[in-house]
Design a protein around this ligand. Structure first.
Ligand SMILES: C[S@@+](CC[C@H](N)C(=O)[O-])C[C@H]1O[C@@H](n2cnc3c(N)ncnc32)[C@H](O)[C@@H]1O
Length: 420
């Protein structure tokens, strides 16, 4: 696992030495800079990876088992033996890193994408002043932001000109390996919700962002953000879910962007898909599916899955990253609906965070994801055993859990409706 190289780090902070990042703080700006360059500690975050593995932190649930191997775990990285020793001895000021640097690096990245910094620097390198003119931003504010982005290794500065690094070109640019711009902008949409965590935990009040009238931008960032990395995993998912031979109909409940259903359609030539989702989600999904040229094999049903008639019979029903958005009772009911909607011999498949339940350890990824689900929908991640109970309780049989090499922290649970 490769992480960005940094020339400043924990040692600089602990020893009070100035950072030595390549950001050119001495270059003139329109107003005198009152700040000093701060040392930046590296976080080993998903953006730096070369491997084609889905990002670990997203609303759609990736959460490693306490015993399983997480594909990534954001953490402070020691850059020299002294830092390593300080970390090992527990002398690194971790609360400062978690409380300040985590927040600050997130904000700098979100603002950069929001303002179009990376897009503007996709071509020739620009000076701070040229960039500020192009973006219509304040030169000093722009300089400060560029400094943070250099420290984070999203940008590099030489000869007073700023250019993007490989991290940006791979993950945040047109033609990227996986374009995560919408995913990251979705975290910007959640910024306010995160600020409310204290109040929500104190009061137990919950909200469901799916149902409180968010606008099209929110839905676009949310579902396109999830769709971005589906191609990394959907081939394996479609391969591992066995459909009845000659399968022709698939229902994707909470299918949103439709990209998982699309993977099944590519694998099974006679298959058509119906996506049952909320109207705002279907609007984005229609766009995504039109872009991949499968619109004529899709039908969209705009409805609340908790109350709608699911129709049928279908040869397959997908419940992908929906279970963690529903309450306990709603899930028990959803599996009864899935059973009723399936043709005899049909397959139901669930894809969701793998979670062993309370009583064991919990990974950072699983803990943060569950906190996010609570914030955004008032729900949680359900243990695999609970999902299997819901399946069995609805009459489904042949329940089987599969693991995904391309997304190790997810559980793929399949079952069939008996023929007789
Ligand atoms: C986390 S996204 C998952 C999208 C896609 N299935 C995936 O795995 O990437 C959850 C989806 O469930 C949909 N959803 C949530 N509550 C719903 C409800 N009550 N009825 C229908 N769809 C719902 C959302 O609109 C969203 O598209």
């Amino acid at each position: 696992m490769q992480v960005p190289q940094s020339t400043t780090g924990l040692t600089a902070h602990l020893l009070g030495r100035p950072g030595t990042g390549r950001h050119d703080a001495s270059a003139p700006v329109a107003r005198p800079a009152s700040h000093t360059t701060s040392p930046v500690t590296s976080y080993a975050t998903p953006h730096a990876h070369d491997t084609r593995v889905a990002p670990a932190v997203c609303l759609s649930a990736p959460a490693p088992t306490p015993s399983g191997a997480a594909p990534v775990r954001p953490s402070v990285r020691a850059e020299n033996p002294l830092e390593w020793a300080l970390l090992r001895l527990g002398l690194a000021p971790l609360p400062l890193l978690d409380g300040y640097w985590g927040m600050a690096t997130s904000r700098a990245l979100l603002t950069a994408i929001d303002l179009g910094v990376f897009d503007a620097l996709a071509g020739d390198p620009l000076t701070c002043e040229e960039l500020a003119t192009r973006l219509g931003t304040d030169p000093l504010g722009t300089r400060v932001l560029l400094g943070a982005l250099c420290g984070m290794r999203y940008l590099r500065c030489s000869g007073r000109r700023y250019r993007t690094t490989r991290t940006v070109r791979r993950w945040l640019a047109d033609g990227a390996l996986v374009d995560l711009r919408d995913s990251v902008l979705f975290f910007d949409d959640l910024w306010g919700e995160l600020s409310d965590l204290t109040a929500l935990v104190r009061s137990g009040e919950t909200r469901n962002l799916h149902l409180d009238g968010r606008g099209p931008e929110f839905w676009r960032h949310y579902l396109r953000g999830l769709a971005a990395f589906v191609p990394l995993v959907s081939g394996e998912v479609a391969r591992k879910v066995a459909l009845p031979s000659g399968a022709r109909t698939l229902l994707d409940v909470g299918g949103g962007h439709g990209m998982y259903a699309a993977a099944f359609l590519r694998r099974h030539g006679a298959l058509t898909a119906t996506v049952l989702d909320l109207p705002e989600a279907c609007a984005v999904g229609r766009e995504c599916i039109a872009e991949v040229g499968l619109a004529d094999r899709f039908t969209w049903r705009e409805a609340d899955a908790r109350t709608a008639d699911w129709g049928g019979p279908y040869d397959a029903v997908l419940l992908f990253n929906l279970v963690h958005n529903l309450s306990w009772d709603e899930n028990a009911d959803a599996f009864r609906r899935a059973y009723d909607a399936l043709a005899p011999g049909g397959t139901v498949a669930v894809l969701d965070s793998e979670y062993e339940g309370e009583g064991g350890g919990i990974s950072l990824t699983a803990g943060l994801n569950e906190m996010l689900f609570y914030l955004t929908t008032g729900t949680r991640v359900y243990p695999e055993a609970t999902i299997r109970d819901w399946m069995a309780g609805s009459g489904l049989r042949g329940i089987r859990t599969r693991h995904l090499a391309s997304m190790p922290q997810m559980a793929l649970i399949t079952a069939t409706r008996p023929r007789a």
